[in-house]
Design a protein around this ligand. Structure first.
Ligand SMILES: Cc1ncc(COP(=O)(O)O)c(C=O)c1O
Length: 386
């Protein structure tokens, strides 16, 4: 069995989630908009899921909009709010380390005549709330800062930023896709108006997510069609997916503290073992980070080569770099943290999950000890076979 250390990419479907979904794939297969019994049964599944999810994040059920994933939730938040509020101002603020879903939604807004301010981060990937305060103008309608970074795991000072944005009467969007898999959410404590969530990062199905939209927040729907989701997101609902998402949130959030402590302990062992090697440096905030995230840069090695070498040994990890048309671009997150492009090429991310054991960590460290000198001996950059 492979050792899977890529839970930030996606996390395997939990058995209890599959169990919750199955009746909605086999028995309760009506269209939730239908008035007959089959439709009403499907509607009941969605209503219950909405209540479960809302209660877990301190929201009201009507403030939850189900989407086809975190990417769609981010797009709906950015474009939906920016356009709806555009008569008052066309200025949006984001951070430099956001997920591509936010970065590229903001880029489209920019091309449509909006002004976008991108906040810098420090060497740990943290946004300084003072920079947020400085960026706010009387034209600012929306600020979007992620709760936890998907590459380096850094946690942002969300409550402080939320207070600033609220005082300025702008809307605050938080991408909590990674945060939600490990830490509790209280949308009021964050003073957030919009929060993006995704099911597959915490043992739910892929292709389903949600956007919390605070009551009174104006939103221009991005998908036109029927009147589903209170006219905020058209299209027949993904009933099994939505039921699975709520089941995954309920299951993960019931064991949050216990699993957080366990995974933090294992992550620390993995981190210490890695840092014992020469030329390996931790990336991200050493203290304020996701409990399951170990991300490093490895000197003298291409991250992609390391991923491939570990894969051959049955260990599945990730590099922070995004692959674009065959060439490996250094990660925008690492570059924003001031890491030079050459060093950023050696990035490696390992993210633990519920099934990760101490034996998995020990084996990973053994394999790395074996593989690293070999790869370093091969020199950098390594040859790539076409
Ligand atoms: C921080 C963050 N935001 C958004 C997304 C997109 O979520 P999804 O894969 O559900 O579209 C991801 C997943 O990669 C993520 O890590």
């Amino acid at each position: 069995m492979a050792i899977y250390l890529d839970h930030a990419a996606t996390s395997p479907l939990r058995p209890e989630v599959l169990e919750a979904m199955l009746p909605y794939l086999t028995e309760h297969t009506g269209n939730p908009s239908s008035l007959h019994a089959a439709g009403r049964r499907a509607r009941q599944g969605i209503d219950e899921a909405r209540e479960t999810l809302a209660a877990l994040i301190g929201a009201a059920p009507r403030e939850i909009v189900f989407t086809a994933g975190g990417t769609e939730a981010d797009n709906l938040a950015l474009k939906g709010v920016a356009w709806a509020a555009s008569p008052r101002g066309k200025h949006v603020v984001i951070s430099a380390v956001e997920h591509k879903a936010v970065l590229n939604a903001a880029a489209i807004l920019e091309r449509s005549g909006f002004e976008v301010t991108t906040l810098p981060v420090d060497r740990y990937g943290r946004v300084d709330p003072a920079d947020v305060a400085e960026a706010l103008t009387d034209r600012t309608t929306l600020v979007s800062v992620m709760a936890a970074n998907n590459e380096v795991g850094t946690l942002q000072p969300i409550e402080e930023i939320g207070a600033l944005v609220r005082a300025h009467h702008a809307r605050f969007h938080v991408d909590a896709v990674q945060w939600a898999a490990h830490l509790p959410i209280d949308v009021d404590a964050w003073q957030a108006d919009l929060v993006s969530l995704s099911a597959h990062k915490l043992g739910g199905p892929k292709g389903v997510g949600a956007l919390f939209v605070r009551r009174g927040t104006q939103l221009l729907p991005q998908v036109q069609g029927g009147s589903q989701e209170r006219q905020r997101r058209a299209g027949t609902e993904n009933v099994p997916g939505i039921v699975g998402m709520a089941a995954a949130f309920a299951s993960v959030h019931a064991e949050l503290d216990q699993e957080g402590d366990r995974q933090r302990g294992l992550a620390e062992q993995l981190r210490d073992g890695l840092l014992a090697h020469e030329g390996i440096t931790l990336t991200g905030d050493p203290k304020r980070r996701l409990p399951n995230n170990v991300s490093v840069v490895v000197e003298g090695v291409e991250g992609g080569d390391l991923v491939a070498a570990l894969d051959l040994e049955g260990i599945e990890v990730s590099t922070g770099s995004a692959c674009t048309s065959g060439s490996t671009e250094p990660s925008h997150v690492l570059l924003a943290m001031g890491i030079d492009p050459h060093t950023a090429h050696g990035s490696l991310r390992m993210t633990l999950g519920r099934e990760t054991t101490a034996a998995d960590v020990a084996r990973t460290l053994d394999v790395l000890t074996d593989v690293l000198p070999r790869l370093r001996g091969a020199g950098m950059p390594a040859a790539v076979e076409a």
